[in-house]
Design a protein around this ligand. Structure first.
Ligand code: F6P
Length: 526
């Protein structure tokens, strides 16, 4: 049914960006969406009236309206795991039951933060948040983006199994004044549990009598956290239907709520909720996540772009590309449709990026003159995050806009080395200011864009089986040693001189079961 629509999209005349502007004085207005203090400018993409009409036809054929409603009503949208995806309910936009459950769990989190502040855990000054992937990237991004004017707790996020990261995080922490938050949806993730065990050891070595009394768990598997040793009263659960990379809105956001304050966390949720309402109700042609998905699909499917680059022209958002890599690539890096048939077309491009202006002096050469066509996304804030000479911020913004203009305009030269082909697309997102609310809206925009891409391609963005094989093989090495591998892998294992006595730590018997601590602080929630 969609073959004809795709054929129309693929054979639409490839008009140059500058010609599209020359032909339509209203182009900027028509392809700009203002929402939640964010200005989304899609006018420097190749979307035109013809492509928009074809993509609208595709959206209708793929029933984007129905898919949105299924998402927001808490229906199963993750068929391979038989689950709903209820991150929107965390922002108050879901079924009555899902929203009520999310609210109750938020209240529990708020209550725990209050008892921490009241001193039930002793004099806590530091939060050591341990998690990986979706259990780390969101908190890390938000604390880095929004916590620059001061945090109520000194907060560090540790993810890598390379304990150099842990060592660095705890360097200036006092174990007796540290709360360890172990964040894992499944509470089975090797990196997180190994880091958590080492953090416990550090607490113990630092003279903490009851280390478990200073540990809380943020998880959708409370029974596993209890088996591991966390007292039930110190577990902040969340719904199984909240996906890992969509989980910063639930208790995985604990360090954000604790360090920035509950008010800021609520603003973040409300910013996202506004974007939810926009995505749910705005017409497709004025719907920021949907228009972004149209452009994404055009470049990936028609122009065969294999990557998409995101540059934050704001130091506060420097971790956004890392965050988006998981959101977009773990969600949409698939080769089968939601009903298990081969996709037969490219899925998500590789997301990569960096921070402006640094990236201009490193990777922009290729963007301007390389043989790859790479759609670029610029994100900037009207207001700066500092009080230095306004010239800094103005120069930053000028550079951001100049890059988009240069990519589009190009400059002809008879000398090939000095020729800029131009006609290179970009999107710009200009934020009024980097605040909890605008960042909430920005992240929700990306979530819905990812969802819209998946719906239009017919894939399931909410599973991630691709990450399992490597984990299983690592477990196999742990349990059976180097035998049975290809010669290269066996030789690497031998060459590294690995000590197999340590490997029990990632075998299936890890983590070891513990006696639950009665703990010093009991919290019964609300
Ligand atoms: O391995 C991938 C993954 O499952 C991600 O989807 C997830 O965000 C991350 O690992 C961490 O998982 P968990 O929160 O269960 O520890």
């Amino acid at each position: 049914m969609t073959a004809n629509i795709w054929a129309a999209i693929e054979t639409a005349p490839a008009r140059k960006l500058e010609a599209l502007f020359a032909d339509d004085a209203q182009r900027v207005d028509q392809l700009t969406v203002l929402q939640s203090g964010l200005r989304f400018d899609f006018s420097k993409t190749h979307l035109d009236a013809e492509l928009l009409a074809s993509f609208a036809g595709l959206a209708a054929a793929m029933d984007i309206d129905g898919a949105r409603e299924r998402l927001f009503s808490g229906a199963v949208v993750n068929p391979t795991e038989g689950r709903a995806a209820t991150h929107v309910a965390e922002r108050g936009n879901g079924s009555v039951d899902d929203v009520a459950q999310a609210k109750a769990l938020h209240n529990r989190m708020r209550g725990l933060i209050e008892v921490i502040e009241a001193g039930a855990f002793g004099e806590i000054r530091h939060i050591l948040h341990i998690g990986i992937g979706g259990s780390a990237l969101g908190p890390k991004l938000l604390i880095d983006a929004l916590g620059r004017d001061g945090l109520r707790f000194d907060t560090k996020v540790v993810s890598n199994i390379d304990a150099t990261a842990l060592a660095e995080a705890i360097r200036d922490m006092d174990p007796k004044a540290t709360l360890v938050a172990v964040a894992s949806k499944t509470f089975t993730t090797t990196e997180t549990l190994m880091n958590a065990e080492s953090a416990l050891e550090w607490l113990r070595d630092g003279g903490v009598e009851d280390p478990y009394g200073q540990v809380i768990a943020l998880t959708a598997a409370p029974e596993k956290a209890m088996e591991w040793g966390v007292d039930q009263s110190r577990i902040l659960p969340f719904a199984e239907s909240v996906g890992g990379r969509y989980s910063l809105w639930c208790s995985i956001g604990f360090p954000v709520a604790a360090a920035l304050g509950w008010g800021a966390f609520e603003e973040l949720l409300e910013g996202a909720a506004e974007m939810d309402r926009h995505f749910r109700s705005a017409p497709l042609g004025a719907n920021a996540p949907v228009l972004a998905a149209f452009a994404d699909l055009y470049y990936a499917q028609v122009r065969k772009c294999q990557t998409r680059a995101v540059f934050a022209y704001d130091e506060r958002l420097r971790l956004l590309p890392d965050y988006l890599q998981q959101l977009e690539m773990e969600s949409n890096g698939k080769s089968v449709t939601a009903d298990g048939r081969p996709l037969h077309r490219p899925s998500a491009p590789v997301t990569w990026g960096g921070v402006g202006t640094d990236a201009q002096h490193a990777v922009f050469q290729l963007l301007h003159q390389g043989t790859h066509l790479i759609p670029v996304e610029f994100i900037a804030s009207k207001l700066p995050g500092h009080d230095f000479d306004p010239a800094h911020h103005e120069t930053l913004l000028i550079n951001c806009f100049a890059q988009g203009a240069a990519l589009m305009r190009g400059r002809e030269s008879a000398d090939g080395a000095r020729n800029y082909p131009g006609d290179r697309p970009s999107t710009t997102i200009l934020i009024d200011d980097v605040t909890p609310s605008s960042v909430g809206a920005l992240i929700a925009f990306y979530e819905h864009r990812t969802f819209a891409n998946a719906v239009l391609l017919g894939i399931n963005p909410f599973d991630q089986f691709g990450v399992e094989l490597g984990k299983e093989i690592a477990r196999g090495i742990a349990e059976n040693g180097p035998a049975g591998f290809d010669p290269s892998t066996s030789a690497l294992i031998a060459a590294a001189g690995l000590d197999f006595r340590h490997f029990h730590l990632i075998s299936s018997s890890f983590p070891r079961k513990r006696e639950s601590s009665s703990g010093v602080a009991r919290f019964n929630g609300r």
